[in-house]
Design a binder for this molecule. Structure first.
Ligand code: FAD
Length: 538
């Protein structure tokens, strides 16, 4: 069973423990945590108002089901659910099992002036799937979980047709049985879905070899209020603008994706993950850039900065092992300014050996030293665990959230420092300290993503903690815009980033997206209030 107010499954194999010493170290850095009282599920169910939806056999009005679909997984979502006041509940939830069901729901919505929210895994961190408070229309959430089958697998063309509601584990189970993989592993993989990845332009941890969802999405079927949109899967095309690009990142505003034709790969013969330490950030960054620009056949590169390296080592190892590691590194001249790069090699034995050889030469040229403690494999083993940590920190009275962007290499360093400094200082006027650290999570020839994590103490109330979060979020987002970065490299726009979108798309660009949404959804019934800024706010 999924937790109703936080990340994950109650019996997940990824659930983690973190406590005692780790929390004490945190308190030493920013002060003791301030836990806030949490509402129970029964209390929240009691608050669910009567549904405004007319009866329909596909619509479930059950109060608990409505609570469980009220919010996503952003920090404000976590707070809202724990406080017992999600703000707004959907009036009902439908679980379609076929494209006919989806078309029926679109018709029902049109006939009754209903707002529809397409729902994948509900793992959005930017308010994508939250009903708008005060929407005069009844709201129906359309949960795609029952459309999760492997419909076809063309092994010759390496093309799979999969129901859009399939989650990461379901997709891999279906494909791996046949000897294939999609290779899309966002950190939210345990709960997020194929349709959600396409609709929010997701990026997986191994996108360096498998590609982002844009490269994996070959075509598919989208049911829209204006009709069915079939996008044929062709290997490549010069026949005008690409319709796939209109659907990618559409965030539920143009239609409901029912089937995805995805480019899959045979399971790799070999895969391994490794860690290298560098004497400083500049050496690590030069290596990451060089590896990306040389098109070295790695499946991932993640470069943690000095503070993140220290935090990862502190939380992942006991004091004795850390002392041994530090001693070993200092023999190579790597001291307190050390940074850590994690990389993966995936493919045939021959490809992996070649990539490892090329990478070793590159990092050695920059003073990098390979770790001998299997830290890379430990990272791989725990790669889906981190989301469980947030609840542990929350229960101890600490808030944790992330921000991410992508900029050109020429700006990476400056932007990372600017974003970190803005976040670190955001609560200084309240005398509150922050922990802020970053890593480069996805590297490209042109530039890199920057993924920044920050922790602060909860305030004395939910409202005050939310206000603190707003200050920090705005400080970071303004720096991203100031550096000309994208407001999101992988999390999307949703409700939380939409006011920053015009800075990236321009007036004409926003008008083009708005017109496209209107073409598919003339009455504005699909996921209102997301992606696009309010017209008057432009
Ligand atoms: C702990 C954590 C880690 C994360 N790590 C990553 C990461 O590594 N990489 C990454 O890219 N993202 C990450 N995310 C963000 C999130 O998982 C992604 O945005 C993901 O793509 C959302 O998928 P979902 O199925 O949960 O979609 P939802 O959250 O349910 O929906 C997201 C948006 O897509 C729309 N949508 C969903 N399904 C459909 C459909 N079938 N048809 C039309 N529209 C649809 C919704 O209306 C909404 O606008 C993370 C989130 C969390 C909480």
């Amino acid at each position: 069973m999924r937790h109703w107010n936080t990340w994950g499954h109650e019996d997940s194999e990824y659930a983690m423990e973190f406590g005692g010493e780790g929390l004490q170290q945190l308190a030493n850095l920013i002060g003791p945590g301030k836990p806030l009282p949490a509402a129970t599920l029964a209390e929240v169910i009691d608050r669910v108002p009567a549904s405004r939806l007319p009866e329909h056999p596909l619509v479930n009005h059950d109060a608990e089901v409505r609570v469980r679909h009220a919010r996503g997984q952003s920090f404000p979502d976590l707070m809202a659910m724990h406080s017992g006041d999600p703000g707004a509940f959907p009036d009902g939830v439908a679980f379609p099992e076929s494209s006919e069901d989806v078309r029926e729901l679109l018709k029902y919505a049109a006939d009754n002036e209903i707002a529809l929210i397409p729902y994948g895994g509900g793992t959005s961190v930017v308010g994508h799937i939250n009903p708008n408070k005060g929407d005069p229309r009844p709201v129906l959430t359309v949960d795609m979980a029952r459309m999760s089958a492997l419909i076809a697998l063309d092994k010759e063309s390496q093309l799979a047709t999969i129901g859009a509601g399939a989650s990461g584990p379901q997709i891999e189970e279906l494909l791996q049985r046949e000897g294939y993989t999609l290779g899309h592993f966002p950190q939210s993989w345990e709960l997020s879905t194929l349709g959600g990845w396409v609709a929010s332009r997701s990026s997986g941890q191994q996108s360096l070899c498998y590609g982002r969802i844009e490269q994996l999405f070959a075509g598919g079927t989208i049911e829209t209020p204006a009709g069915t949109l079939e996008i044929p899967a062709v290997p490549a095309s010069s026949a005008g603008p690409d319709i796939r690009e209109m659907v990618l990142g559409s965030e539920g505003r143009m239609g409901i994706i029912t089937e995805v034709k995805a480019r899959v790969s045979p399971l790799p013969e070999q895969e391994s993950f490794h860690v290298v330490f560098f004497p400083d950030w500049e050496a690590g960054m030069a290596t990451a850039r060089e590896l990306a620009q040389q098109r070295t056949q790695l499946s991932m590169i993640r470069l943690s900065n000095v503070t993140e390296t220290a935090m990862l080592l502190m939380s992942g190892a006991d004091a004795d092992s850390l002392a041994v590691l530090h001693g070993e590194l200092s023999r190579h001249g790597i001291g307190d300014t050390r940074v850590m790069m994690t990389f993966g090699v995936t493919g045939s034995t021959e490809q992996c050996n070649a990539a490892l050889g090329q990478t070793t030469k590159c990092f050695e040229r920059h003073g990098g030293v390979a770790d001998v403690f299997q830290l890379g494999e430990r990272w791989a083993h725990g790669r889906f665990r981190a989301p469980y940590l947030r609840e542990i920190l929350w229960n101890a009275g600490f808030a944790v959230d992330t921000m991410e962007t992508a900029v050109d290499w020429a700006k990476v360093n400056e932007a990372m420092q600017g974003i970190e400094a803005a976040i670190a200082g955001a609560l200084a006027d309240e005398g509150e300290k922050m922990i802020v650290y970053s890593h480069l999570s996805h590297v490209y020839g042109q530039g890199s993503s920057i993924y920044t994590t920050y922790l602060f103490r909860c305030a004395d109330s939910y409202a005050e903690t939310y206000r603190r979060w707003q200050k920090v979020k705005a400080a970071g987002a303004e720096q991203i815009v100031a550096f000309g970065g994208t407001i999101s490299h992988q999390h999307g726009v949703g409700a939380d980033h939409r006011s920053y979108l015009p800075a990236e798309k321009g007036v004409l660009g926003i008008a083009a997206i708005r017109n496209l949404c209107q073409l598919f959804d003339p009455r504005g019934q699909l996921n209102p209030g997301k992606l696009l800024p309010d017209e008057e706010a432009q």
